[in-house]
Design a protein around this ligand. Sequence first.
Ligand code: ADP
Ligand code: GLC
Length: 489
Amino acid sequence: MASTDKLKICLASSELTPLAKTGGLADVNVALAVYLHQQGHDIRVLIPFYPSIETDNLNVEPVANLQNLAITIGTRDFFYSIDVGTLPDNGLPVYLLRCPALYDRPTIYTTSADEHLRFILLSRVAIEMCQRMQFAPDIFHCHDWHTALIPLFLRTIYFWDTLFANTRSVLTIHNIGYQGVFDANIVGDLNLKGGELFLHQDDLHLGQINFLKTGLLFADLLTTVSPTYASEIQGAEYGMGLDHILRDRSDAVVGILNGVDYVEWNPKTDPLIPQNYTSRNLKGKAFCKQALMNELGLAGGSEQPVIGIVTRLVEQKGIDLMERALPALLTRQNFSLAVLGSGEPRFEGFFESLQKLARTRVSFYRGYSNKLAHWIEAGSDMFLMPSIYEPCGLNQMYSLKYGTIPIVRETGGLADSVQQIDADTASGTGILFRDYDETGLAWAVSRALELFENKALWKKIMRNGMAMDFSWEQQGEEYVALFRQIAGK
Ligand code: ADP
Ligand code: GLC
């Protein structure tokens, strides 16, 4: 490919692994950006410089001409600087937006009254950074509500700038459940100066501004993270009130399944797990299982089925269904649970009480631990994801690679990445259930436990999953092809 064919992309997001992560958004951003970078595209990634970002191995340096700049948001002046660091594992340059007044908070997201300002700043600085670098991107790649205003800003505040004459915007929906809805009285903070007419007028009358909705209206292309979710969100059940807009724009909506970073998530090379293994030699997996059980204080040996769960503890992930189904299932069936997660106190409380109920069969680690996430993927026999909705989901794909059979609800990316096991033909990779109720979940878990008894079949199914390839080579090229198409390249 001639170098002129290379794309220029500005990717702005609230999360990027390993610097700032609450979920899969961070993993997907970095993997896509690294892929594009390695393919020779000029990709400039901008995230906020949260104080939690560890800079030890990043070689962070201030970017000349991007220091102590002022920007007016609403009527307030904010001062910001941009530094650049390089991710040590893959050489990806990352631009870090420093603005202590807005980002020096203990967490990535807050419930503060100025939350909208934090991401208006990120979105506007993404554009102003390009201006100051005289970098004319072919594509602004926006992610979720946090940077969904970029397409609007390009049409309003920055409309005059011919630098962006050929720039197109792509908004990727990782989760339509988070829309960034604010009171309409923040309208002045958008500094649209007449461009308010671009905002959704019915919402304004209702006293709201919805950042994600605004992005859906103005981005040139809308992508989401699996083909099934792309069609689900165009219907009322999954569209969370935005389905009519997505239906109106259905020609611009594309679903691309997320890829997996197999440098991070591969049992053959994973440095975090107790022993490495491959589909040909599964002894290491048995070792990892025993190590996990010992570490977590779970009783039993290799015969004891272990189900892993690693998740944000929020409604989306089907925790209330687990609340309704798991206590009875644990009484009726013999299996153990290794749970890692944090989130809503009511759900944390549920797993704490489940652990009290069956101390030698249930382990709950409340918090965030990348190492334990790897241990659970490697050491469990099965992995449970009974999500109400799941735009893509990464853990079921990690599970497949680790020979850990996913038990998932048939929705979104779970439906696109897990194939129902057929015991007669020894085909398939996991267990899918459709109805979001106790019967559905109980059926799926019982089915998994029954199949687990058939050792030869179980091994074959593990190997089916381990052979699946969700690497970024394929998915990354799908993004490139779409970017080229809309950029007219
Ligand atoms: P979502 O983005 O909706 O949370 P995904 O399945 O796409 O769901 O991604 C979740 C990512 O976050 C995975 O990499 C998973 O391992 C990680 N993760 C979630 N909760 C924890 C936790 N408590 N500790 C460590 N990793 C976690
Ligand atoms: C979201 C979704 C999850 C998806 C991730 C990355 O947080 O909940 O399904 O895998 O983003 O796209």
